[in-house]
Design a protein around this ligand. Sequence first.
Ligand SMILES: [Mg+2]
Length: 81
Amino acid sequence: MALALSIESAELLELFLWKKAEDANTEKVKEELADIFSFAFLLAEKYGFDVKEIVLDKIKNNGEKYPVDKSKGTAKKYDEL
Ligand SMILES: [Mg+2]
């Protein structure tokens, strides 16, 4: 399922290849996002993860790794801040 998720993500990227983001076909973007969410939720289910819990945990961890006063306006990784 992780492979399928990666492939579907690549299909989403392909919709933006060589064009401005606003020129991507929104119906196809919607379809690829649906594919991505489907595989992501299936993968989470396989491991017994609570999707809301793991997303909130990750947001909390990111907030700790990337404090706003140090990371706002920069693309540096947390170990370079
Ligand atoms: Mg697809």
